[in-house]
Design a protein around this ligand. Structure first.
Ligand SMILES: *[C@@H]1O[C@H](CO)[C@@H](O)[C@H](O)[C@H]1NC(C)=O
Ligand SMILES: *[C@@H]1O[C@H](CO)[C@@H](O)[C@H](O)[C@H]1NC(C)=O
Ligand SMILES: *[C@@H]1O[C@H](CO)[C@@H](O)[C@H](O)[C@H]1NC(C)=O
Ligand SMILES: *[C@@H]1O[C@H](CO)[C@@H](O)[C@H](O)[C@H]1NC(C)=O
Length: 311
């Protein structure tokens, strides 16, 4: 014990000796917004600028809603459970996403890692290749919607893919960038229904669950801004089992056909995570294919329904 403490303090001394701490420091370079890389052409840039503005609009609204209405609010409790300490975490996540230093945080359009060719990929975090960078693939420009589209054409918060809108998709992608929330937010549920399940029965991780945070932001925006009411919130479809079936049949049937509604991205450790839609087996197959190597030694867990999720 004593020896351990000596080693620990020697290590601390080593750190301290690397540079004095108690000196005045200039503030670092601070950027308020995400940079759009030069690989994006003028059309892509205009769309991404609007998408980012949408992102901050939704995140700002979510943050104001949390701070104003508090932890007893029924919508807050629906997504984050009834533990009052969830409040500071959730408020902090939105605050950090909005105000953390965006120096080096980049969206790029050049498919630099060659991942955009995979079925269903609309973009991906660059992971170890460049932790603050996100690639937006061409498919994003054809099928993501701006905020004005909330509650249009059958969209519901509960029944449509979380990444239907640019804003929610980019919130998700920004959660993966370490400087934005310092790795706090992760994937503890798989979709809308399982995020609600988590909040109801096991809410410890709900305030840092990416899907719960995205769904909450979409819900608040749909009701408060888009004025879509109950009809736009909708009901979770009972497709958790279909999803499980789709994923497992995808592993067994590599020739599954494609779906436009699925969206995959890569995690820090290279694991592939797909926001599934019940028909999205082809992308699940692609994810299965790419995650085969990537998941070795990674943090995977099996859900009650038998699906395996790696983070
Ligand atoms: C930008 O790139 C996209 C995708 O490659 C292309 O469809 C579009 O025509 C380009 N726009 C301009 C202005 O070059
Ligand atoms: C990192 O780059 C390599 C090779 O360029 C690529 O195969 C891999 O998919 C990239 N990783 C991510 C997370 O995109
Ligand atoms: C609660 O959720 C966490 C995160 O998903 C999971 O690891 C844990 O096993 C769950 N606990 C119970 C009792 O379901
Ligand atoms: C899915 O992964 C398994 C190994 O875990 C592999 O044998 C199988 O070929 C993969 N399926 C597809 C569609 O890539």
């Amino acid at each position: 014990m004593v020896a351990k403490m000596l080693i620990a303090s020697a290590a601390l001394a080593g750190v301290a000796m690397a540079g004095p701490i108690n000196i005045a420091r200039d503030l670092k370079e601070y950027k308020t917004d995400v940079t759009i890389h030069e690989s994006c052409n003028s059309t892509q840039r205009r769309m991404l600028e609007k998408a980012l503005a949408d992102t901050w609009e939704v995140a700002t609204f979510a943050q104001e809603y949390v701070v104003t209405n508090g932890a007893q609010d029924p919508v807050f409790q629906k997504y984050f459970g009834t533990k009052p300490e969830a409040f500071s975490t959730v408020a902090g996540v939105w605050e950090t996403l909005l105000t953390s230093n965006k120096e080096g945080v980049l969206l790029r359009c050049d498919n630099i890692d060659g991942n955009c060719g995979q079925v269903g990929w609309r973009g991906h975090w660059r992971g170890d290749n460049a932790t603050s960078e996100t690639v937006i693939c061409d498919a994003s420009y054809t099928d993501r919607y701006f905020n004005e589209y909330f509650c249009m054409n059958g969209y519901t918060v509960a029944g449509s893919p979380l990444g239907t809108h640019w804003s929610i998709d980019l919130i998700h992608r920004m959660f993966h960038v370490p400087t934005n929330t310092n790795g706090l937010v992760g994937h503890y549920s798989e979709d809308y229904a399982s995020a609600l399940e988590l909040a109801e029965h096991n809410s410890t991780y709900s305030p840092i669950d990416s899907d719960a945070l995205q769904a909450f932001a979409a819900h608040v925006y749909a009701v408060e801004v888009a004025k879509g009411g109950d009809a736009c919130v909708g009901q979770p479809s009972e497709k958790h089992d279909d999803h499980a079936a789709a994923s497992s049949s995808a592993s067994a049937a590599p020739s599954a056909t494609s779906s436009a509604a699925e969206s995959c991205h890569t995690h820090a450790d290279g694991a592939v995570h797909c926001e599934a839609d019940s028909t999205a087996s082809a992308t699940a197959a692609a994810a299965n294919a790419s995650s085969t190597d990537a998941n070795a030694g990674k943090d995977c867990h099996t859900h009650a329904d038998g699906t395996v999720h790696c983070v």
